[in-house]
Design a protein around this ligand. Structure first.
Ligand SMILES: Cc1cc2nc3c(=O)[nH]c(=O)nc-3n(C[C@H](O)[C@H](O)[C@H](O)COP(=O)(O)OP(=O)(O)OC[C@H]3O[C@@H](n4cnc5c(N)ncnc54)[C@H](O)[C@@H]3O)c2cc1C
Length: 500
């Protein structure tokens, strides 16, 4: 029986990066993935002549060759940067409303401010103040957490200390009066899962800062290309990966990891385990309750599961401009009330006037879909609970009813799209639950309420010796944060071995 230095459970972003980074340092690593392909959310699937991107709308943290961002540097350190091609998106985002309102923002601070000031001249100063504040906040965060100031203080970083725990809506309300402008500036909440009245301001500030400073990107070949390249690097370093092979149990003895039992009942010994599975399933399903420290259970009970998503993947028999789609990322807005009403809608099955995001990768990368075609990925956030109680016989009917409602919303903005549909596929919270293995199909880990925001995340460590986490459940969600989480977990393990 082969003994590994580390077993990684799950081949999502965090899992593959942790595996590749440990194998790069010479560790003997086994990666177990229950699905038949690597990537978790970072995957694609085929229908007809289309290969549909599952998750990635906009990659953050890349930066350009001239001004590399943290993700570009990280991919270079993993040795995979040159195997990938990135496409810079020309727009930060667009907003379209059925009444004809349309606004597009470029990923450039001055241009964003100018465009918004032209559209909302009565809020000229407020717009300037909002971006200044967001940038000040982001710079304080970078000095403290990235450049690791050893003695951060309220005097040195007054913006961070003042705004770290304020909801985004409180900050917007304090600066801006126009409700439409507030909505325009807060649509990125859809990338974090909580509307602005519940979302900590730091997320909104950091999203603007990172997408503007490091530009939004897409990957040639989609996120599956990224996952494949990292897995190949892992294998080239001598790593072993088993697909269609889930982990059923993490064996613990005397508070220490001993190895993993696979779904087939095979015990594989290892000194370290990195879990890319949710913390809930890791502690509740994979570890015998007698070994789960009380503090962990108490901590998890205080958190709530984030929403899942309802997504529609559409392949069209024409180019995007024939459909009127001229921007890569468009938020479709029917209602600008982003208060508790939004949460109530997310808790319902049916799709009403809630925020939708439509990505059409072909706008920035005309080779993304087969010649003469294009695809759109339309997503809205929905909690998993209502879907769990649908009787199996009702599932398809419900799914198609919701898809029809979503399509009607899209048609209201882009009339005539229906006539160009060649392929269509729909994913519900149950789909996400099945292929990710996350409770309720949550796609953003634990909900990042102000009290659970980036300052209070459980992180990669566990009180169980030898157990580490690398996923959106142990820190922030998103491609860059989860890839980074994998690298950080690997570094912690390598450091531990080096200091012994
Ligand atoms: C619809 C959608 C749109 C998104 N858009 C963006 C975007 O535009 N930009 C952005 O930055 N982020 C986006 N995200 C978020 C981003 O995709 C995720 O935060 C990130 O990919 C999660 O990575 P992860 O490492 O947490 O692993 P996950 O992707 O959650 O994968 C976990 C893996 O673990 C495996 N697993 C679980 N349990 C077991 C077990 N017991 N044994 C073996 N394997 C197991 C699963 O099969 C899965 O492969 C989006 C996500 C979704 C779903």
């Amino acid at each position: 029986m082969e003994e590994y230095d580390a077993i990684v459970i799950g081949a999502g972003n965090g899992g593959i990066t942790a595996s590749a980074a440990m194998a790069q340092k010479g560790l003997n690593v086994l990666l177990l993935e229950r699905h038949n392909i690597p990537g978790g959310c970072a995957t694609s699937f085929c229908r007809g002549r289309f290969e549909f991107e599952v998750a990635l709308h906009q990659l953050s943290g890349m930066g350009t060759v001239e001004k590399p961002g943290p993700l570009r540097m990280m991919l270079a350190s993993l040795g995979v940067l040159d195997d990938l091609e990135f496409v810079e998106m020309s727009e930060l985002y667009s907003i379209m409303m059925p009444d004809g309102f349309k606004l597009s923002l470029k990923p450039d601070k001055e241009e964003v401010i100018k465009e918004l000031q032209d559209r909302f001249p009565h809020e000229k100063q407020a717009i300037e103040k909002f971006f200044d504040l967001s940038y000040k906040y982001a710079n304080d965060m970078l000095s403290t957490f990235i450049f690791k100031d050893p003695a951060p203080s309220r005097e040195k970083y007054p913006t961070m200390y003042e705004y770290a725990f304020k909801p985004a809506s409180e900050v917007l309300d304090s600066l801006i009066s126009d409700p439409l402008l507030k909505a325009v500036l807060s649509v990125y909440w859809g990338y974090v899962g909580l509307p602005p009245n519940r979302l900590a301001f730091p997320y909104l500030a950091m999203i603007f800062f990172t997408y503007i400073e490091f530009k939004p990107f897409h990957i040639k070949g989609g996120s599956q290309a990224l996952s494949n390249v990292i897995i190949n690097k892992f294998i080239s370093h001598g790593g072993t990966v088993r697909f269609n092979c889930g982990a059923k149990e993490i064996k613990i003895e005397n508070g220490k990891v001993k190895g993993v039992v696979t779904d087939d009942g095979e015990f594989i010994p290892a000194r370290f385990v990195v879990s890319n599975a949710s913390q809930v399933s890791t502690y509740v399903q994979l570890i015998d309750p007698q070994h789960v420290p009380g503090q962990v259970s108490r901590e998890m009970r205080g958190r709530s599961l984030s929403s899942s998503a309802f997504s529609m993947f559409v392949g069209f028999d024409c180019e995007p401009d024939e459909l009127g789609i001229t921007e890569p990322t468009t938020f479709l807005l029917d209602n600008i009330d982003f208060g508790d009403r939004v949460i109530n809608q997310m808790k319902k099955l049916d799709i009403d006037d809630q925020l939708l995001v439509l990505s059409c990768y072909d706008v920035s990368d005309p080779e993304f879909s087969p010649p003469g075609t294009c695809q759109a990925n339309i997503v809205t956030l929905k909690y998993g609970e209502p879907w769990l109680s649908i009787p199996p016989a009702q599932y398809n009917k419900t799914k198609f009813r919701c898809a029809e409602a979503m399509l009607r919303r899209v048609e209201a903005i882009y009339p005539g799209v229906r006539g160009h549909i060649e392929e269509i596929e729909v994913a519900t919270p149950l789909t996400h639950m099945r292929y990710l293995g996350h409770p309720n199909g949550s796609i953003y880990g634990f909900e990042q309420y102000t009290k659970d925001s980036m300052f209070f995340q459980p992180g990669r460590y566990s009180p169980i010796e030898g157990l580490y986490f690398a996923s959106g459940w142990a820190g922030d969600c998103g491609f860059h944060p989860t890839l980074q989480a994998g690298l950080s977990a690997a570094k912690s393990i390598v450091r531990k071995l080096e200091t012994e």
